[in-house]
Write a protein of this length. Structure first.
Length: 270
């Protein structure tokens, strides 16, 4: 997963198992507009992911507003969302926070409102994978987060979504460390997804542009090996930088990453 950083606040990344927040009581935490959107979703699994993402983002926002929940400056911190944590705030407080669909002004990112008033300073990013949902909120900078499950794909996927330089990097690291190429490609994919969500290339892009986006991750392979051996996503994020070369723009970004053998979570900001 990739996260954004701030100069004043530590970035919090909320993680929740979608099935843990599927009860009818949690729907009471949605505003009227959110409840209407929730009711319109037909697929049960997508419905659960959608609800989990909103609850996680709402919780982070309320936590940041609560002085007792203020997070000091430093690296990102992982916040596992549990029933007990969600119960720290009343349903009407959750309803007061809305996580709305993106519009043109938001640059493709979900929008936050508090009591009906827009909160443009708060950037929101959401991601889902393998029954797990994550959310991140940061202020004052671009933000992109992505969570992906490391699973083998067909050969055309790798040829069609990664540059020649990226494929060579994966081959080199895999050769030097006996690292799984599948895992390394998953890491690069999360970075590209985070670049898209953070809009760091100052140009409207989509997944169809991935073959033309080259990500150069600056990290010691030994650190990646250590990160991928964790049994669960940890609260200690690996911090590094990456250079992103897009179709018409380049950017240097900061990256925070935590992972297991099966999951990769990255957070990215400029």
């Amino acid at each position: 997963m990739t996260a954004t950083f701030q100069n004043t606040d530590r970035c919090a990344v909320a993680v929740v198992a979608s099935k843990e927040v599927s009860g009818p009581g949690y729907v009471e935490c949605l505003s009227e507009r959110e409840q209407a959107r929730f009711a319109a979703i037909v697929d049960p699994s997508r419905k659960a992911r959608w609800l989990a993402g909103r609850l996680a983002a709402k919780y982070l926002f309320l936590m940041q507003m609560n002085r007792a929940g203020t997070i000091e400056a430093g690296p990102p911190v992982l916040v596992p969302i549990t029933f007990e944590r969600l119960a720290a705030f009343l349903p009407w407080m959750y309803r007061h926070v809305e996580v709305l669909a993106p519009d043109a002004a938001s640059g493709g990112a979900p929008r936050l409102t508090w009591g009906g008033e827009a909160c443009p300073a708060h950037r929101v990013s959401l991601s889902h994978a393998n029954g797990t949902t994550c959310a991140c909120i940061a202020g004052g900078s671009t933000l992109g987060i992505d969570l992906e499950e490391s699973v083998p794909r067909i050969h055309a996927f790798y040829r069609g979504n990664f540059t020649e330089a990226e494929r060579q990097w994966v081959a080199q690291i895999a050769s030097e460390t006996r690292f799984s190429p599948t895992w390394l490609f998953t890491l690069l994919w999360t970075l590209k997804e985070s670049v898209l969500k953070a809009n760091v290339l100052e140009k409207e892009i989509s997944v169809w542009d991935f073959p033309r986006i080259d990500v150069r991750l600056r990290v010691d392979p030994r650190q990646l090996t250590a990160a991928s051996r964790q049994a669960r996503l940890g609260d200690q994020f690996l911090l590094c930088t990456a250079h992103v070369n897009g179709p018409s723009c380049r950017a240097d970004v900061r990256v925070a990453m935590t992972a297991t053998r099966k999951l990769v979570l990255t957070v990215l900001n400029t």
